[in-house]
Design a protein around this ligand. Structure first.
Ligand code: ZN
Length: 437
């Protein structure tokens, strides 16, 4: 099976699960992720204060329906978990259509699609259905049942930590709180899990932390419980909406010039697909929390089509057909390039800085990396010239216009030939100006 199909297949396994910001759907999802990579699952009790928020009651649902006068289920949770407004309070009642309509949500301009709605922080109940379905409703009395529970329990999240040589961390974060929506949550989960699996058996310079968390409250909860650890995050990415057919969109960290911003920007310039880089804004996904001013972490957000920019967003049309195996594979590829750029980005010192070294005499005037001889020699000359201890390989890649992997290969070869020495970078983690009181 190709990587793209394996990614898509994994998303298909997660698709039917009824996820929300808490409850069995999240646990089941984490269990499926945990079958692929080592995952530590945390449970944080409802009522726990986390910064300005409180971990909410846990929500679970067994069944829900609307029955017409003949007893037929005209809306049925068993057919789509999107039919229920997430976090709907339990209800068993009969009511006329007029009153029921206050709790029904449709998309009149997309009459075949079911919208996705939530009511996390205000107790309410509701059903979502296609506008076509609603138009078939006749006047009369309806029976409504939402067999849900909203009670003290816990909020669940999963972490996969891959230790590297350095305690400095690379964070990959994705949300696991949307029900049957493919691009908006499953694409990020699948790509993150596959990246973790591929990094598992590599020698890593950074420590990798993969977070599979409920959006907003999950990130806030993790940050509240891991403040010291958070300040050890040196690079980070939020992954979302990376399986659709759109070009890449990378939203920069709030800092705007972090290594991760440069590494992703560089990988995009060389990826051969359409792309766009966006400045940070305080809305979107969990980069909002990681980049809140107290933390101001170097965390960007990698997407294909940005949230809200495609009509399928938050509807039943964000389904398994909307995400494409080759797009998921392309996203994993780009992400891997960015990660390897960060991993391999060091500064070197030329040991032969007075005029160019004679490459031919050292058997360095030959192609070894599958590129043209001219390109490889060019990469070596760029690395030799700018390896003055202050320019990193990414600096050199950007100056030369050559792709990072080529610059990295040149540096490896020159290091092996004794023409370069590694310059160790600063090891102290940066601190922000804010002090938690
Ligand atoms: Zn969403």
């Amino acid at each position: 099976m190709s990587t793209g199909h394996a990614l898509h297949e994994f998303a298909s396994r997660l698709f039917p699960v009824c996820r929300s910001i808490s409850g069995e759907g999240v646990r089941h999802t984490l269990q499926l992720i945990g079958e692929m990579i080592p995952l530590h699952v945390s449970e944080v009790p409802s009522g726990t204060p986390v910064f300005d928020w409180i971990v909410p009651n846990e929500w679970n649902i067994a069944d829900a329906y609307i029955k017409d006068g003949t007893g037929r289920r005209v809306v049925d949770f068993r057919q789509s978990n999107l039919h229920i407004m997430s976090y709907s309070a339990p209800v068993r009642d009969r009511m006329p259509l007029e009153k029921l309509k206050e709790h029904l949500f449709t998309l009149p301009d997309r009459p075949d699609w079911i919208p996705y709605r939530t009511s996390y922080y205000r107790e309410d109940w509701g059903f979502c259905l296609s506008h076509k379905q609603l138009q078939e409703f006749t006047e009369g009395e309806y029976e409504v049942c939402i067999d849900s529970s909203l009670a003290p329990g816990s909020l669940t999240y999963g972490e996969c930590v891959l230790p590297g040589e350095s305690p400095e961390e690379f964070l990959i974060s994705c949300h696991v709180c949307h029900p049957s929506l493919a691009n908006d949550n499953l694409s990020g989960i699948a790509v993150a899990a596959f990246l973790a699996r591929s990094l598992q058996n590599r020698r890593l310079r950074h420590t990798y932390r993969f977070l599979f968390i409920p959006g907003t409250i999950g990130a806030i909860t993790w940050l509240a419980r891991n403040q010291d650890r958070a300040f050890g995050i040196r690079h980070g990415l939020v992954l979302t909406c990376i399986g659709d057919s759109g070009g890449f969109h990378y939203k920069k960290s709030r800092r705007g010039d972090a290594d991760i911003d440069r590494a992703v920007g560089h990988a995009l310039r060389h990826c051969g697909e359409p792309w766009e880089v966006l400045d940070f804004s305080p809305y979107g996904y969990d980069e909002r929390q990681y980049c809140s001013p107290g933390f101001n972490l170097p965390v960007g957000c990698l997407m294909r089509s940005p949230w809200g920019s495609f009509p399928e967003y938050h509807t039943s049309a964000d389904n398994l057909a909307f995400i494409r195996p080759e797009r998921l594979a392309g996203s994993l590829q780009l992400l891997t390039e960015a990660v390897l750029t960060i991993e391999g980005n060091r500064a070197y010192q030329s040991l032969n800085p007075f005029c160019e070294p004679q490459l031919g005499r050292r058997n360095l005037y030959r192609a070894v990396g599958g590129e043209s001889l001219e390109t490889e020699i060019s990469a070596r000359l760029w690395v030799l010239n700018y390896s003055d201890g202050t320019h990193s390989l990414l600096d050199i890649a950007e100056k030369s216009g050559l792709a990072f992997p080529m610059i990295r290969r040149a540096a490896d070869l020159l290091l092996e030939s004794g023409l370069l020495a590694v310059v160790e970078g600063p090891a102290e983690p940066e601190r922000t100006h804010f002090v938690k009181t």
